[in-house]
Design a protein around this ligand. Structure first.
Ligand code: PHE
Length: 459
């Protein structure tokens, strides 16, 4: 099914000039070419086609650059991590724009053609060959090509089509780290020496894979010796443990300074390593951090596959690791931010609470009451609808007034076999009271689009 979204008849440039999130009403139409001929993003022009699926409200987010704002929790966290990596041989890249090619985001990293991450329901495409990066790994290739230090750290905003709720948002932030060595007679000595240089931590580490770091299910690459894999993995894991330690220790220190006496503040930090899979690393792992009674998944990593290094022109004697850490969830913990959407608010009651170099706990301001609306419909025979798709339509009309979309009921009529779905739409503003009449208008538009796009029959 072809789903296209019209941009309003204003030039995209003028839409993107401001950073205010404007909710514009534009309609969705099926089977007709309604995108503008071209989309321009950060000085590049993309010809739209049947792959284009990035709505204007997402394009607007690309201009916010929260990781550059040293007075915003995301920017403060980036700065804190960078500060701890200074002088350790890493180059920092913070200015990559989010429009990348499918080659950068997927192909060069060895994603199979049928990987779900490539689908239009997971990823925002500018057109068939260009998309909004779904991870900072999209820049590994060029950084391996150009970086002149042994390692690099990339920070950037990334985009994935996702449901929106307290902890999920289609735009978020990642930091990517990587480190390379060159094979030689001295290599093992050199890596062992580099491991010694990583500052020690008091973290309690649970790692069933420290000594036996690869196995059939999480294999090593043939071009590395067992001991090289071991040494590189220890360097990788100790680097991430150091990073996690610095971040959580900073959080602990500021919580204590603010007078908090919660017991977890005096317990040693605990982490565990679990095995993982990424197409461009082998073996691969994830680190989880024990924080306030929960395991927090925060970072994927592994030993970079040689093919990726060869693709970057690095030659056969290079080897190394890479990791990617999500910033938003960690920033939510550090700053006590209850809802990921707050990062994007322009309300100054949020913005004025944070300043460069400080981790302080967010003081909630009054939440405005929301408005709930249920919508029930019969689906046509061949149509399946996902929460994501309903969410896209709601976001298209209600923008940041969309609090959540929940699929609360599904049933099949026992006699006719017709399928019915009910969704609960919660509308809410971060900055003001909503009126019933404005929500009626938005909600009616949502209904119209559901009918137009999916031929549903409203009940
Ligand atoms: N890009 C991966 C993600 O978004 C994380 C990762 C980075 C994994 C580098 C391995 C190496 O989940």
């Amino acid at each position: 099914m072809l789903k296209l979204i019209t941009f309003p008849r204003v030039s995209l440039a003028s839409q993107l000039r401001g950073i205010k999130i404007i909710s514009r009403y534009y309609s969705i139409a099926r089977n007709s070419k309604v995108y503008p001929e071209e989309i321009s993003l950060d000085g590049k022009t993309y010809k739209t086609d049947e792959w284009t699926n990035v709505p204007p409200y997402i394009l607007e987010l690309t201009q916010r650059r929260l990781h550059h704002d040293n007075n915003h929790p995301i920017g403060i966290l980036r700065e804190l991590i960078e500060k701890n990596f200074k002088g350790m041989g890493y180059t920092f890249y913070n200015d990559f724009t989010p429009g990348v090619t499918t080659f950068q985001n997927f192909d060069v990293l060895g994603f199979p053609q049928d990987h779900p991450g490539r689908s239009k329901s997971d990823t925002y495409y500018l057109n068939k060959d260009n998309l909004l990066r779904t991870h900072t790994s999209a820049h590994e290739h060029e950084c391996f090509q150009t970086c002149e230090t042994p390692g690099y750290v990339i920070s950037a905003d990334v985009y994935r089509k996702d449901e929106i709720d307290r902890t999920h948002y289609p735009a978020f932030h990642q930091m990517e780290g990587a480190r390379i060595w060159t094979k030689s007679d001295k290599l093992e000595e050199i890596i062992a020496h580099d491991i010694e240089q990583i500052p020690k931590t008091n973290i309690i580490v649970e790692d069933p894979f420290r000594e036996n770091c690869f196995n059939e299910g999480n294999p090593k690459q043939d071009y590395m010796t067992d001991n090289e894999v071991y040494l590189v993995s220890v360097h990788l894991k100790k680097t991430i443990e150091y990073l996690v330690n610095q971040v959580f220790e900073a959080a602990r220190k500021s919580a204590k300074l603010a007078g908090s006496t919660e017991p977890y503040l005096n317990e040693p930090l605990k982490i565990r390593w679990v095995e993982a899979y990424f197409p461009w690393t082998a073996p691969s792992w994830e680190i989880e951090v024990w924080w306030k009674g929960e395991w927090l998944e925060c970072c994927g990593c592994g030993i970079v596959r040689q093919q990726v290094l060869l693709n970057s022109g690095l030659g056969e004697e290079k080897l190394g690791w890479a990791f990617g850490i999500g910033l938003d969830r960690i920033a939510m913990l550090l700053f006590g931010i209850p809802d990921i959407r707050l990062f994007w608010t322009l309300d100054e009651r949020f913005g004025k609470q944070f300043s460069s170099g400080n981790i302080n706990t967010f003081a909630p301001y009054s939440k405005y009451p929301g408005i709930k609306r249920d919508i029930s419909f019969w689906l046509p025979k061949d149509v399946t609808l996902h929460n994501n798709e309903v969410m896209d339509i709601v976001r298209t009309h209600a923008g940041d007034l969309t609090e959540s979309v929940e699929n609360i009921d599904n049933f099949v009529h026992p006699k006719t076999g017709k399928r019915s779905q009910t969704y609960r739409l919660n509308y809410q503003s971060m900055d003001r009271n909503l009126t019933n009449s404005e929500i009626n208008v938005l909600h009616n538009n949502v209904e119209q689009d559901l009918k137009k796009l999916f031929d549903v029959e409203i009940r």
